[in-house]
Design a protein around this ligand. Structure first.
Ligand code: P6P
Length: 340
């Protein structure tokens, strides 16, 4: 049995609780609920092939995407874990058309937090045993405590996030999160059901040699994105770069954050706002990226400054090593100048 002298996630959240003045411990309990749910999802993901929970559920979500059985299972697990612990007053999920109001508990405790979540991102990869992830974003409610939670509580800019993170169900399962004091990664020992601080204070390398984009859509990309891809492929001193695209945002992001790189899901002629959702994919990943010293924009403006208008709205997404995102933005500006 390995002798772990590493801190557990539970010990870490309690120790860091002091980063917050007047803490009530509610955020720690919220993170603990997410931790528990992630272990339950991890168990289901790891036995998907033999538990008859792969494949389509025969329903589509508001995005019009086929819901996988595991999408719905993961959604239910997180909703249950969060709503049973009096730690949130509302939840918005990729798998639910509208937000879910969590009634105050019998003892009248009024939670001040709301959570937005993509319960199982990249779930179409499950059937081919490729890693998937959960992405979560936490805010304080802005409507009065005790009143019914409102859509405005969910349509806050990314800069208002209290915490954000992801779970990557990969070759190992990791929970990576920030509360605005840097980014820390915890690896699950499934034999103990315990997360250990394996990646303290993760920082994005300022530059990198990996670019992640679905080049199958190349002809649909804006000119600036095409120009940036050609830049990445040029035979010059620090290029060509390596193209790595798993088709699972959490996995591509995680690799790029460790090794350096950029992930791009741009607008296309078919999808002018791209594919990724602002509230429960782009904003949490942007918070993590910036806390790790990276950069995240829609190709022009900072993702976390965008004022949301709808729960499931999509935005173009450029995220990763600071200098790589800046370079991509430069190609987009130059291409736009050519058009004007
Ligand atoms: P495409 C998964 O559906 C997802 O939201 C991200 O995890 C992933 O990076 C992207 O979509 C893949 O989309 O269009 O390249 O298959």
């Amino acid at each position: 049995m390995e002798d772990y002298n590493l801190q557990t996630l539970g010990e870490f959240t309690i120790e860091k609780q002091n980063d917050f003045k007047y803490t009530s411990g509610e955020l720690s309990r919220l993170l603990s609920a997410i931790k528990l749910a992630s272990k339950m999802v991890n168990r289901e993901v790891n036995k998907a092939g033999i538990a008859n929970i792969t494949g389509h559920a025969g329903k589509t979500n508001i995005q019009g995407e086929d819901q996988q059985k595991l999408d719905i299972l993961a959604h239910n697990i997180f909703i249950e874990a969060l709503s049973q612990r009096e730690v949130v007053c509302g939840i918005a999920s990729e798998e639910s058309d509208d937000f879910i109001e969590i009634q105050p508990s019998k003892n009248g405790h009024l939670s001040k937090y709301i959570v937005l979540i993509d319960p199982l991102d990249g779930s179409s990869n499950i059937d081919v045993n490729v890693s998937v992830g959960t992405i979560f974003s936490i805010y304080r409610r802005i409507s009065p405590p005790g009143s019914p939670v409102k859509i405005q509580d969910f349509l806050q800019k990314g800069i208002c996030q209290v915490a954000a993170g992801y779970v990557v169900y990969g070759s190992s399962t990791m929970l990576v999160y920030t509360t605005g004091h840097g980014v820390n990664g915890f690896t699950l020992d499934p034999s103990l059901g315990t997360y250990y601080l394996s990646h303290p204070n993760i920082t994005f390398p300022k530059t990198g040699k990996i670019y992640s984009i679905n080049e199958g859509n190349y002809i649909k990309f804006p000119q600036g994105v095409k120009d940036y891809i050609k830049h990445c492929q040029k035979e010059e001193e620090d290029r060509p770069y390596t193209s790595r695209y798993i088709g699972s945002l959490v996995s591509d992001f995680h690799r790029n954050m460790i090794k350096g790189g950029i992930y791009i899901y741009p607008s296309t002629s078919q999808s002018p706002n791209g594919k990724l959702r602002l509230l429960y994919e782009c904003n949490p990943m942007a918070f993590l990226a910036e806390q790790a010293g990276g950069k995240c924009s829609d190709g022009e403006k900072r993702i976390m400054e965008i004022t949301p208008s709808a729960l499931h709205q999509r935005v173009p997404f450029f995220c990763g090593s600071y200098s790589m995102v800046k370079k991509a933005e430069q190609f987009i500006r130059e291409a736009q100048r050519q058009i004007l």
